[in-house]
Design a protein around this ligand. Structure first.
Ligand code: FAD
Ligand code: NA
Length: 389
């Protein structure tokens, strides 16, 4: 087929554009992805020994308050009533997170009311009152006081960045939420849940339209196929959701990312930790958290003899690693501005998604931003000949 539109990347951003272009405009769309599967980082599959659904690139929890996105995603899947909660281990004890009244009362061995707890934390945060924190460590103390900061934030953040928080910029955090009640729901959004039949079933449904052709194991920069960069750009409109620095051959330098190494293990026990996510807040444990995916779907009939867990280790990404979280140093921000100019000048190519814009996007944000790109750029181009830029 000769495509009307070529999409590089089959993550939520690319597939949302593909689905809308096929359904709304009747366009022929080719989606290419260098990986052997669709779905980008939201891809999931069954772990072989247990049959438990594994989120291959890290735990993915769907949540949104955006009515349009919620309506849109419900066209492709239903959602379970899963509500995400996280626990954390500090000095051999398990605490409720994010920091709430249960955490505070357990930590201080107290029976404080919301008002008393607030007073206590404000008093402790007063240690650095009126100063201008120059690093993340001082900022943390100023926000929630030294005791809670050092127990729950300092070492966890240090492990995430593999850097002592004293050497991290204060700007990484603007607030540290403390809840003066017993609400330990992780997300505050109006809608939350997991796709009933899994992420991959949802994602495949988005690509189901007969006008959409997905080509896997196909890299945009590999010239051996008909939808490579050099063959397509200038001839067929392109939506590019790969790394923006890669597109321009790193002409302005590399943008830096953090990545995660997952250590997966099948255990001969039905239930390892009783919940889906346990953080390890202290420095003596090298991983940041342990995911036990069976708990994402308590409604499923999983076997009870075995379970699977994933330990997460965070580090800076090198070339060849999966880029997960933008580091966003000031050098990165300067480079990004130059890449944005180059991207804007690239005719008939639109840059979108997490990698194409160098922005951490939750799934609902990637989908919402793709719907906007479709409305504001793709539709006007194909319906009224407005230039794509
Ligand atoms: P991606 O999903 O990254 O898709 C980009 C695709 O482009 C990839 O498939 C890639 O292979 C392909 N590609 C790149 N370069 C090329 C090339 N040269 N040629 C062909 N194909 C190419 N969101 C939530 O809402 N909740 C969560 O709990 C959550 N947890 C997350 C945990 C982690 C560790 C990460 C990294 C992300 C998480 N997200 C979560 C975010 C979610 O993964 C993103 O919103 C989503 O991936 C964005 O989709 P995307 O299409 O922009 O990018
Ligand atoms: Na452009």
């Amino acid at each position: 087929m000769t495509a009307d539109l070529v999409i590089v990347g089959s993550g939520f951003f690319g597939l949302t554009i593909a689905e809308q272009a096929a359904t709304e405009l009747g366009l022929k769309v080719v989606v290419i992805d260098r990986r052997h599967h669709i779905g980008g980082n939201a891809y999931s599959e069954k772990e072989e020994q247990t049959g438990i659904e594994i989120h291959r690139y890290g735990a993915h929890l769907f949540h949104t308050s955006n009515e349009r996105v919620w309506e849109y995603v419900n066209r492709f899947t239903t959602f379970t009533d899963y509500v995400h909660k996280v626990y954390g281990v500090h000095k051999g004890e398990v605490y409720s997170l994010p920091i709430n009244l249960a955490t505070i009362n357990q930590f201080f061995r107290a029976n404080l009311t919301p008002g008393q707890a607030k007073e206590l934390i404000q008093e402790q945060a007063g240690e650095l009152a009126g100063t201008d924190p120059q690093n993340l460590n001082d900022k943390g103390i100023q926000l929630i006081g030294r005791p809670l900061y050092e127990a729950f934030i300092k070492h966890y953040t240090g492990k995430q960045w593999q850097t002592d928080p004293k050497d991290l910029p204060a700007g990484i955090i603007s607030r540290l939420p403390v809840r003066y009640n017993y609400d330990n729901r992780y997300f505050n959004d109006k809608y939350e849940g997991l796709p009933t039949n899994g992420y991959t079933a949802w994602i495949e449904k988005m690509a189901e339209h007969p006008n959409i052709e997905v080509r896997l194991n196909t890299d945009f920069f590999d010239e051996s196929h008909e939808y490579s960069k050099n063959k397509v750009v200038g001839n067929i409109p392109v939506v590019y959701t790969g790394p923006v620095d890669r597109y321009f051959d790193y002409a302005e330098g590399d943008l830096s990312w953090r990545t995660i190494d997952f250590e997966e293990e099948v255990l001969e026990v039905g239930d390892f930790q009783g919940t889906s996510v346990v953080n390890y807040n202290d420095a003596d444990v090298p991983y940041t958290r342990v995911i036990e995916p069976r708990h994402f779907h308590p409604e499923r009939d999983y076997q009870t003899e075995k379970t699977v867990i994933m330990r997460e280790f965070s580090r800076f990404a090198e070339k060849g690693d999966e880029p997960y979280y933008p580091v966003n140093t000031s050098a990165d921000r300067e480079r990004l501005l130059k890449y944005r100019d180059l991207a804007a000048a690239e005719k008939d190519v639109l840059f979108g998604g997490r990698l194409g814009t160098y922005k951490y996007l939750d799934m609902h944000m990637a989908i919402g931003s793709a719907l906007s790109m479709f409305d504001n750029k793709i539709r006007p181009h194909f319906e009224s000949g407005v230039k794509l830029e």
